[in-house]
Design a protein around this ligand. Structure first.
Ligand code: ATP
Length: 138
């Protein structure tokens, strides 16, 4: 069993129910979950790897535009499997790849892409600790 951090971004909060259903339909379980309104500083810290990118201000605006839900997902190969279920970063590309991809269903474009998924075991641990503290739940 592996753990990853998913985030339901502000543009997809209205689809919370459908997204939770998709989580369980795809064989994940939820260890911990938290709804939070992030501050600009929190988003800048969370996405600090992107701070020099041209899209960074847009990303910070978007991620602070409403509440997000952070979810600690558990399942076999959770990190890669969650990323393949959500699809590519750009929701328009996701729509081309397949209508069942979660970013195709719930996202809009390259910034408003509905969902996040950790990209490695290192970032999964860092991101889970960020939202839930270091001690793993069940
Ligand atoms: P996430 O980290 O949210 O799971 P990702 O790993 O698919 O997404 P990253 O490259 O880490 O993509 O980018 C982080 C976020 O920044 C994206 O999810 C998106 O909201 C925004 N973003 C990334 N690239 C662009 C871009 N070229 N234009 C606009 N926004 C972008």
């Amino acid at each position: 069993q592996e753990r990853t951090l998913a985030i339901i971004k502000p543009d997809a909060i209205r689809y919370l129910g459908d997204i939770i259903s998709a989580v369980y339909e795809n064989g994940f379980t939820i260890a911990r979950m938290r709804m939070v309104k992030l501050s600009q500083n929190e988003v800048m810290y969370f996405y600090s790897e992107h701070k020099s990118k041209d899209f960074f201000p847009r990303l910070v605006d978007f991620m602070t535009s409403g509440s997000v839900v952070a979810i600690e997902l558990v399942g076999p190969d959770a990190i890669n499997r969650w990323r393949s279920i959500i699809g590519p970063t750009d929701s328009q590309k996701a729509k081309e790849q397949g209508p069942l991809l979660l970013r195709a269903r719930f996202g809009t474009d390259g910034t408003r892409n509905a969902l996040h998924g950790s990209d490695s075991t290192t970032s999964a641990q860092r991101e889970i600790s960020y939202f839930f503290g270091s001690k793993y739940g069940t």
